[in-house]
Every structure is written in structure tokens, then in C-alpha cells.
Design a protein around this ligand. Sequence first.
Ligand SMILES: *Cc1c(COP(=O)(O)O)cnc(C)c1O
Length: 470
Amino acid sequence: MKYISTRGQEAKKSFSEVLLMGLSSDGGLMMPESYPHIDSNSLNHFRSLSYPELAFAIMQQYISDIPADDLKSIINNTYTKENFQTEEITPVRKLSNGLYILGLSNGPTLAFKDIAMQFLGNAFEYVLDRQNTVLNILGATSGDTGSAAEYAIKGKNNVNVFMLSPHGKMSDFQRAQMYSLLDENIHNIAIEGLFDDCQDIVKNIQNDLDFKQKYHIGTVNSINWGRILAQIVYYFKAYFEVTNNNQEYVSFCVPSGNFGDICAGHIAKSMGLPIEKLIVATNENNVLEEFFTTGIYQPRKPDQVYITSSPSMDIAKASNLERFIFDLIGRDGKKLNQSWQQLETSGQIDLSHLLDDIKNKFGFYAGSSTHQNRLDTIRETYKSEQDLVDPHTADGIYVAKKFPNTEHLICLETALPIKFEATIKEALGNDFLVSRPDVWNKVEEKPQKIEILANDSNEVKKFIQSQVQY
Ligand SMILES: *Cc1c(COP(=O)(O)O)cnc(C)c1O
């Protein structure tokens, strides 16, 4: 399997090369040249596999430059009960109203990002060792991505993390989760600014090609193909969990920000998994809802982004949408390039003439929730089901209920409620006790390691230089 860029002007690459890349040099995202088709016989065979076996069966079709036995051991070391609490890795539960919840948040940092990031950490270590090279991951986080990356990479050889976060802007729990890591290869940098400032610094440094090359700067953001690939697996796993045979169809409702998670669902459907609908759930930042209901993609300006109670979905533009649009317009890099030029000049892309394909061929639908909708959903789900969900998952459940006649509708649980305690208390009362897994008891009281820097990319560069000494 080789990889191509959505903008069509990058040489073909292998999986390992793509894994260590950020954006393609033509500005596009890397995509597999084609999607392997999973026929009904293979589906029957997949149905009986354990999570790691299934992950291997799917991922090996996209990875032809890592020997099968090595890939198997990377996967077996990643998807363990020790890491994810259960043998199933991503257990499904059913609510009395008929909706299913796919539990993706039982990994080390209690958000779905662990599923891909844990794989990425092990894959990085393997590939870097084979290529005898090093990687310095530079990222910006407003919460979940940073901690998932750090817990995946801590203690690994040849790879360091430099993670920027806005000083004083995350929840106490999120802060403690990240800053209490004392491993030598983990560097938390609190920037005296906002999340967007952190992201600007990362872009600034990425654009300094000399620095980037000399210091082996890499990324773990959700445009990394390795993350999308690892996420395809749980769409299959959930399908087998709720159906008895391959004639049955399922639908998924996915809380969405950067379109990474649901992009994996789109690929699973393209591979032949019997998926009827893929429902995109957004919060007040509804760029994606707008696109999937009108065919017009109009990213917002950073100062038009609302700060909401589902902060991991507070985005101005959905980077991974480019992957879907590539497929939507027939995988034509030239056309995609034109669309993105149009986006730069006019601020939007109009694909409303393809709305019929978006719905009927690709199965995409969308909806959004408000803060009040999420609070009500958390309260109702708790009162009627004794099931406590986080505000992102609540967004998904709220939107899913707008599609009442959909059979086997599976909502993705993207984080555990403890990560967003303040919102849970707002929904259920200040006295409500949000339980947390034992390992997180008193995490706020642990010693923290943190470097506080000015909002200035030169300061960050100097800090990286002082830590890696090449
Ligand atoms: C990252 C994140 C999302 C959004 O996922 P995308 O892949 O960006 O669409 C939703 N919920 C939670 C809790 C997250 O951490």
C-alpha cells in the first residue's frame, strides 16, 4: 500500500514515511491510494476475532512496510486489558431507549484519543529504532490531545514530547493529568496566552524548515494518518458487537471537532462495512453541521470560535474534512487544489451540487447541540439510565435522538465524565460526586513538572535547544 496526497503533488510514500510526516509538502493530507474492500467472507471471519486480532487484520492491509510479526507485536502490546480496562478494549452498552454507547474512553487518559495515540507511541518507537533516528513531537493542546500523546510516549526511546498548553486555562484535572508526568522525555510548556497562541507558535516553528529539520520536529495532531487508521478498527468492532449477520446495517453518531474520528467511520464504510448513516454531532461551533446540511464549507475565524462546555470540539476549521472532500470529488487532486484556492480567496467552498451524494452515497447527516441541550441530556441519561456521560458524549446522544427511526444507532463515547467535572455538577448539582478510576485519586496533589514561557516562539525554540543539545 502506498500513500498519496489529497492535493496530488507529493511523491508516493510508504506507511512508515507517512507516520513521521505532518502535512504533505504540497499542503495536503496523506491518504491510502485505495481502500481495500472487505467482502462478506472476510467480514464473517472478522466477526470472531479479538480486538488485537481484528486490529491486525485491518491495519496490515494499510501497512506493507512493517513485517507482519513486528506489526502484530506492536498491536498486541498496545491493545491490552492493562491499558484499556477490558478484554473487549471498546465495550458497547445499550440504553433502554435503544441507543448503543461505544465506550472508547477507558484508556490511560480517559478519552478516545488514547486508542490511536497508544498505537502511535509504539509505532513511533519501532520505526525510529529501525531508521536509527529521533523525533521531537511538538504540539499544542487545550486538554485531551496533549495528555493522550504524553501518556503514549512517556518512557519511549528516541522520542520526546514538547507540549504547549495555555497557562491556567485547563481544568484542574486535565492540568494535573499532564503536568504530573515527571518522565525525562516529556516537556510540558505552559504559554502565557490562549490555545490559539500555542497553536500559532507550533505553526511558526513548523514553518522554520531549518529548525524543523535540525531538531527533527514531528507532530501528533489528528491529521496524522496513523491516528485515523487505528480508529477504523473500532467501527468494525462495534458493528460485530450489535449485529448477528452481515445483512444488518448500523449507524454511528460521532461528536466531532477536527473530523478525525468520524473520518475513520467514513473509511470503514468505504471498505464495505454495512454502515447506513454517519451522523456528525457538533456543538455551537457548527462548521461541520453547516457543511453536511448545505454542502458549503465555511471555516470560521479564530475569534469567532465559542468557548463551550465541550471544549475538545471548539474549532474554527475541521482539518480532516479535506480527506472526505477528496473522496467526495472523485479523488481528483487537481480539483481539490482548485477548491482550496477558492477557499483562500472567497472564504468558502461550495459543494452544494453534491449534497445528494453526501447523504445518499456517503451516508452523512448532521446536527448540533447547545450548552443547555448537553446539560439536559446528561441529567436525563443519568436519571433514566443511571448512566453518566461527559458533555461531548451528551452532544452525540442529543443529536442521535433527532434520528428516531434509525436501527442500531451507536453513539461514540469520546471521554469520561471525570474530565469535565464542573459541567457534570452544573447538570446534576454541586453535591454530585463524579467517581474516578482509582489511579487518578488525588492526582491534583502530585508534584508537577512544568516550564512557563512567554508567548513567543523564540523562547520555545531556545527551550527545545536546551533540552536536546544536538
Ligand atoms: C478530540 C475530541 C473530540 C473530537 O474528535 P475529532 O476527531 O477532532 O472530531 C470529541 N470529544 C472529545 C472528548 C475529544 O477529546
